[in-house]
Design a protein around this ligand. Structure first.
Ligand SMILES: *Cc1c(COP(=O)(O)O)cnc(C)c1O
Length: 709
């Protein structure tokens, strides 16, 4: 298969390889590669949304001619191209050295969303970011993998907060020719079009390819004239509300995914379903096997022996369920091919012990058809085994085949470049090859306190600048007074203890917990000698009124003079804003109602940059917290009602802030740096970096999920 080659308006021969860098997301976790684009024009780089393809389309040709004469630029260019070529051809990878040749084909990894970089906005939140980091580490470790997702016509929504604190969602269109993706062609000219039969219709699918280091990510698209209007809408929007379109999206991802790999002649050894959205792939593979003459049961066994599944949802209601009448309209050819009655077919996605004849549950389908499954933290594993025990009536709950592989983050993506430079200086540049190595990270102690602190303050200042400029823009847009606009430019102080909270506004995350005792938080924030400031960000699902009300509550407090502008809500939480937040805050607050946070990953990004976690003992933090590396809100236990839980957790939170965290931050030594605080920053880095990264995570996936023995 060939890829469509893009032609930029002008690119000097000396810099021609920038083209290859722009079309491989490898650039996004290599600071020097980012530098090559950014340094062309710092302002333009921000304006094009840090998108290297748009950058090459829009950069002035004179500027490129200048760069060709800039020895410093050319030096970085040559080094980067050499590193890139070496990366792509290197055979001394972790996979080759540990497991070389054991997989007879690649792992096919399917996900509804991928959060790789802001230049490819086909993600909504945590699930997508995890999928993106999964691919990056698979590439770094040399694990053979191919990924499948959907290419959405619209960006996931842009959040704007009105003058009165109301969330407004804006949907903008992606211009595919400006994304770091290429159309897959079939005869050097025409886009490859695959026709996927679904019941009595045929959906035409175009295939695009993003490259993530060595890993190809194929993105499916139905929005072109060969399809009727209704089918063009399938790939319009991520997480659409319309249940019929949503079903077709999952049909496209699962069934279309199988067809695309067949046409590309890729034969996966393992199929990894990241959440249940893609699990129609199982019955499509089974249907094809039956068609080739194999019995229903044998076909099921074959599919099962090559499929693995990751569940991310700790609440039964959060699992994807389709009403059976919708399934009935599309899947008749399946129950006929399976030689099953309609009822028996539907039972493949139902729990015999608690049959709900109107529900077709994608998680149950996924569990039925996978050889092994995993949750995303130890506690989530425990919760999931209990939740799905009914599917395994002959087993004890601890023998339910759902293990746990705790999530991680791709360290090089989420660590700020100033921290990377500091590590280069004090740990040596080889730290990059020691990420999952706890012994190695003890060397963090070699970084002089004053240097770590200074770097942290610089990152914090960069965060505050970003917050000010975003709030200024918001106030201008909302037509606020000159005075309010000017005031946005003086918001927040880099000397003050700065606590970040950014996540989806779902009720269980309790974004407003700090306001439960308003007098107490008011007091805490306003202490003259020890002020505290909070930065909030996060989107609410547009249909979630409760989530939007929480945003409004925080926004209203942020504008309430009582808080002296020490609370700020920054709109439109996305990868760009996340990068600023996780590199710049002192403390990262996380207040989920345990055990509903399956894992969480943002706190891992914060720790990689020397920030400290203040979190409920839920998800990953329950495993990471060791008393030296941060703070635990509440206890390692469950509560019987939500009121009691909220009350206990908020008391614990206030007590920690008042008696421990604020005093520690403001306790300076003779050199006027907070030595005890810095000890905790170092403990946070030493313990979190080597464990909560996607290299360790991928190694576990390899050994526990992908390889059979
Ligand atoms: C890391 C990240 C997330 C996931 O973080 P949680 O800890 O699960 O809330 C969500 N959105 C963005 C933009 C991120 O960078």
């Amino acid at each position: 298969m060939k890829l469509y080659e893009h032609h930029f308006p002008y690119l000097p021969e000396r810099l021609i390889r920038l083209q290859d860098l722009a079309y491989n997301l490898w650039f996004s976790w290599h600071a020097k590669a980012v530098y090559l684009f950014k340094t062309m024009d710092v302002q333009l780089w921000e304006n094009v949304g840090r998108n290297p393809v748009r950058m090459l389309h829009e950069i002035d040709s004179q500027r490129l001619d200048e760069l060709v004469k800039d020895p410093e630029y050319l030096k970085v260019y040559d080094q980067t191209i050499e590193a890139f070529d070496h990366y792509l051809s290197d055979t001394e990878t972790w996979y080759n050295e540990e497991h070389g040749g054991k997989l007879p084909g690649p792992v096919a990894y399917l996900s509804m969303e991928f959060g790789l970089h802001e230049s490819l906005p086909i993600y909504s939140g945590g699930l997508g970011i995890l999928a993106g980091d999964h691919l990056k580490s698979a590439s770094d470790l040399g694990i053979p993998m191919v990924a499948i997702g959907l290419l959405y016509r619209e960006f996931y929504f842009t959040q704007q907060i009105s003058l009165y604190g109301h969330q407004q969602s804006q949907y903008n269109y992606n211009d595919f020719s400006n994304l770091p993706i290429n159309a897959v062609l079939y005869n050097k000219e025409d886009p490859l079009t695959i026709r996927v039969p679904i019941d009595d219709r045929v959906i035409a699918v175009r295939v695009w390819r993003a490259d993530v280091g060595r890993i190809p990510l194929y993105l499916l698209d139905t929005d072109f004239p060969e399809n009727p209007e209704a089918d063009r809408k399938i790939t319009e929007r991520l997480y659409v509300g319309d249940r019929d379109i949503r079903l077709l999206q999952e049909v496209l991802l699962g069934i279309g995914g199988v067809h695309v790999l067949q046409v590309l002649e890729i034969k996966p050894a393992v199929w990894h379903m990241n959440e249940g959205h893609c699990s129609f792939l199982t019955i499509e593979r089974q249907r094809q096997l039956i068609k080739s003459g194999i019995s229903f049961q044998e076909a099921m066994d074959i599919v099962k022996s090559s499929t693995v599944f990751t569940t991310h949802t700790p609440v039964a209601a959060g699992n994807e369920v389709f009403e059976t009448f919708r399934i009935e309209t599309l899947f008749k050819p399946f129950w006929e091919a399976f030689n099953l009655s309609k009822e028996d077919f539907l039972k493949l996605a139902q729990d015999e012990r608690h049959p709900d004849p109107n529900a077709f549950n994608m998680t149950i389908l996924s569990l039925r058809y996978s050889r092994t499954a995993n949750a995303v933290s130890q506690l989530h594993g425990f919760v999931s085994r209990n939740m799905w025990h009914g599917l395994y009536p002959d087993r004890k709950v601890e023998d339910v085949p759902i293990g746990a592989i705790t999530n991680g983050v791709h360290t090089r993506t989420w660590m700020g470049s100033l921290i990377k430079n500091l590590l280069d200086t004090h740990l040596g540049e080889t730290w990059r090859y020691h990420i999952p190595d706890p012994e190695f990270w003890k060397k963090i102690d070699q970084i002089p306190d004053a240097e770590l602190w200074q770097t942290h303050i610089e990152l914090k200042k960069a965060l505050l600048d970003e917050v000010r400029s975003r709030v200024t823009g918001q106030r201008e847009r909302n037509g606020e007074s000159e005075e309010a606009i000017k005031q946005a430019n003086t918001l927040l102080n880099p000397d003050y203890l700065t606590i970040g909270f950014a996540r989806r506004f779902a009720q269980y995350k309790r974004g407003t917990l700090i306001f439960r005792d308003r007098g107490r938080i008011l007091n805490l924030i306003n202490q003259a000698d020890r002020p505290v400031q909070f930065i909030f960000a996060g989107k609410a699902h547009p249909a979630n009124q409760g989530g939007k009300a929480m945003i409004k509550e925080i926004y209203d407090e942020s504008r309430n003079p009582e808080f002296q502008s020490r609370i700020v809500f920054v709109e439109n939480y996305d990868i760009t804003l996340a990068r600023h937040l996780v590199t710049g805050v002192d403390v990262w607050l996380n207040t989920p109602r345990r055990p509903l946070e399956a894992s969480g990953t943002s706190g891992m990004k914060v720790a990689a940059n020397g920030g400290i976690n203040l979190s409920i003992l839920d998800g990953w933090w329950r495993e990471a917290y060791d008393e030296t590396n941060g703070w635990a809100i509440g206890e390692d236990r469950e509560y019987y009602n939500e009121w009691e839980q909220d009350e206990a957790d908020s008391q614990s939170l206030y007590n920690l802030l008042e008696h421990i965290i604020v005093p520690l931050y403001y306790k300076k030594d003779n050199n006027n740096i907070p030595a005890d605080w810095i000890q905790r920053m170092k403990a946070s880095m030493k313990t979190v970096i080597p464990m909560f990264n996607t290299h360790r995570m991928l190694q576990e996936y390899m050994e526990q999920m992908y390889l059979t023995d």
